[in-house]
Design a protein around this ligand. Structure first.
Ligand code: CTP
Length: 406
């Protein structure tokens, strides 16, 4: 997706072994549609060459405030003026210490100091040894940078180049891209707590078998990500799917509809928005056998009987908080035909103000979808597009209904 189309990003590199990840980051930024101007400190050029970064950004790299290519001889001013954001990755301990003091003794620090504070965000991706990261001086600097208006991304955890294991690794390029994309999304759900269900459920027959459905969970995961990007605190209750958890989202894995119901009931009392995107199995086997059902040699298959699962969404929508308007409930409807009529009937049956209809068989497992938003007044089609783009539109719609304007 061209999530950064039209954005101009200044990608600053200070010295650190994590510079090798910045090459991939640069590639991801341009792939996402951004134009990228790379600025490197002298120390950064010891770890990766400007030529590499020039080839990936398709622009000459700036390394010095004395760069004579700028007609006005003021690269530090021009760089900040032209940018939509300054992303410093890696941000070394030394660079952060210098930024805290407002120093301007090389191009990177000059540029950060000279940026138009109100318009151009400064985003820092720290990278350092775990002792350096944990040091009170560094932690003090992080707090001060945040107080001064910079966004300091978290650090990763794991093996470090120095051989130690701990906190301080720079986040992976894809994580940094996701955080940058999120940064540009309007914070229309800030202060809200959103609970999302996603994926199929798995109803056990015995320890090795069960029934489930083709839901991939992609739409629900996209809703969780979009809500997080919009500034909400998000909890995602996920059935059995192999999808990465969106950045900053709290994920609780479940298997069966009953598990999902129990977790939702425990979590929903803290939520202000509930989005039920899961494809919950309608029935479960009446008996889940403790041991594998064996063939008995008669040639007759076992006879299974089923019981209906509870309707999680209808239960939540009927709760006192939802009825009092403290919890906004959104349902999904996966239909195979007559979408509008089925979606309207389902919305009324479940008692939710907003229901999102889609054609189930056509969308399961796909990255794209098309939605039909149904409420008491009628319906609105959200045309075909990537699930994340649709999820962002749904989040904007929810925010509008909560009185938030983008
Ligand atoms: N849902 C739920 N609990 C269930 C069944 C469905 O919370 N036991 C929610 C889904 O997450 C979705 C909405 O209800 O938001 C509609 O789900 P869907 O499977 O389309 O509809 P059903 O209620 O199962 O109705 P039908 O099978 O008749 O289409």
């Amino acid at each position: 997706m061209n999530d950064l189309a039209g954005k101009h990003i200044v990608l600053g590199l200070s010295g650190g072994i994590a510079c090798y990840k910045s090459a991939e980051l640069c590639r991801l930024l341009t792939k996402a549609g951004a134009t990228v101007q790379v600025v490197m400190s002298e120390a950064a050029t010891r770890f990766i060459t400007p030529m590499t970064m020039q080839a990936l950004s398709n622009r000459p790299v700036v390394t010095s405030q004395w760069d004579a290519r700028e007609p006005n001889h003021m690269p530090h001013i021009n760089l900040g003026r032209e940018a939509d954001a300054l992303l410093i990755a890696p941000a070394s301990a030394n660079l952060m210490a210098r930024l805290v003091q407002g120093r301007a003794d090389d191009l990177l620090t000059l540029m950060c100091l000279a940026r138009p504070l109100e318009r151009v965000a400064l985003l820092l991706a720290p990278a350092m040894n775990r002792e350096m990261w944990a040091h009170p001086a560094t932690q003090r600097n992080v707090s001060q940078l945040q107080a001064d208006g910079a966004v300091v991304f978290p650090v990763g955890q794991g093996d470090q180049a120095c051989g130690e294991v701990g906190d301080g690794r720079m986040l992976e390029p894809q994580e940094l891209l996701d955080l940058l994309v999120a940064h540009f999304q309007p914070k229309v759900l800030a202060g809200h707590r959103v609970l999302v269900t996603a994926g199929p459920t798995f109803e056990a027959i015995d320890p090795v078998r069960g029934i489930t459905n083709h839901s991939s969970g992609k739409m629900g995961f996209a809703v969780a990500r979009a809500a997080r990007e919009a500034g909400a605190e998000v909890t995602l209750v996920a059935g059995p799917v192999h999808l990465p958890t969106p950045w900053g989202v709290r994920r609780l894995n479940v298997q069966s509809a009953l598990d999902m119901q129990a977790v939702v009931q425990a979590e929903v009392e803290h939520a202000t928005v509930f989005v039920a995107a899961a494809a919950v199995a309608d029935w479960r086997p009446a008996t889940a056998y403790d041991q594998k059902i064996k063939k008995d040699g008669s040639g007759q298959p076992p006879v299974l009987s089923f019981v209906e699962n509870p309707d999680i969404l209808a239960g939540v929508a009927a709760s006192e908080r939802a009825q009092r308007g403290e919890l906004f409930c959104v349902g999904f409807a996966a239909e195979s035909h007559d979408l509008e009529a089925h979606a309207q009937a389902k919305r009324a049956r479940k008692g939710v103000p907003l229901l999102v209809g889609n054609i189930g068989p056509a969308t399961f497992g796909q990255d794209d979808n098309a939605l039909l938003l149904v409420d008491e007044h009628g319906c609105r089609a959200v045309p075909h597009g990537p699930k994340l783009a649709l999820a962002r539109q749904l989040v904007a719609e929810i925010a509008r209904r909560l009185g938030r304007v983008a």
